[in-house]
Write a protein of this length. Structure first.
Length: 251
């Protein structure tokens, strides 16, 4: 039950600035951010259960992030969503072409929202409640476990923080990480109804979810500038939000 905020093609320095939280069961094995041994030009954390990733970049300037679609009635006995990111990062098709091809077999994956960037264009693909794809317009966007730019409280907080960072002309990423560390629950009146019950909606309503069994595992920031340079920064967390370190890579 993740949250992502991004600025696409609107900043004088950053072609893409993307920050998001990965929420997952703490027992699911994961490797921290690194150059992958079997694909050194990919920089990402790695899901050691299925082999994919939730968010990452390729040194060529490709980037992708995936979230699940929250629907307890949806079938989950399908391929891992993380493979959608690694498949894109290891390919070379433009985002629109990749998105169009993906629509033909999107139903084989668990319910997902996928954002794709190739340096020149951006696309969004989803397979729930129906398969669809669109080009992403330049601007500020937010995504959690519903529709793109849905006004969920955690999405609003993340995008508001990113807009404030852009307006301030800041170069320090710390305010963005602080915004994604916000644990304040949203008021009941603002909560979405996604079929998981009020108590759980409350628990996962803030950007950062703290829990012994399930919670925020990583906050990751990707910046791709207009000169072909980039960075990816990951802060990792264990059970009950225990900090587990930071890794920053530049390319």
């Amino acid at each position: 039950m993740c949250v992502v905020a991004l600025a696409w093609d609107i900043h004088p320095r950053w072609r893409l600035l993307l920050i998001g939280n990965r929420d997952e069961a703490h027992a699911r094995p994961s490797a921290p951010l690194a150059h992958w041994a079997d694909a050194p030009e990919i920089l990402a954390g790695r899901d050691l259960e299925a082999g994919g990733t939730w968010m990452g970049v390729h040194e060529s300037g490709r980037a992708a992030v995936v979230t699940n679609v929250r629907d307890p009635r949806a079938a989950q006995e399908r391929a891992s969503r993380g493979l959608l990111v690694s498949d894109f990062l290891s390919g070379d098709a433009p985002t629109k072409q990749h998105a169009e091809a993906l629509q033909r077999n999107a139903g084989r994956y668990r319910p997902f929202n996928l954002l794709l960037f190739d340096g020149d264009s951006a696309s969004c693909v989803s397979n729930h409640p129906r398969v669809c794809a669109c080009e992403l317009a330049p601007g500020l966007h937010g995504l959690s476990n519903g529709n793109l730019d849905a006004t969920w409280p955690k999405v609003r907080r993340a995008t508001t923080a990113l807009q404030a960072w852009l307006d301030a002309g800041d170069s320090d990423f710390e305010p963005l990480f602080a915004a994604l560390a916000d644990e304040t629950p949203a008021p009941d009146a603002e909560l979405p109804d996604t079929g998981i019950g009020l108590e759980l909606e409350r628990r996962v309503s803030p950007p950062f979810v703290r829990g012994a069994i399930y919670g925020t595992r990583a906050t990751t920031l990707i910046g791709l500038d207009r000169d072909g340079n980039g960075c990816i920064i990951e802060r990792r967390f264990g059970a009950d939000g225990e900090p587990q370190g930071q890794i920053a890579l530049r390319f």
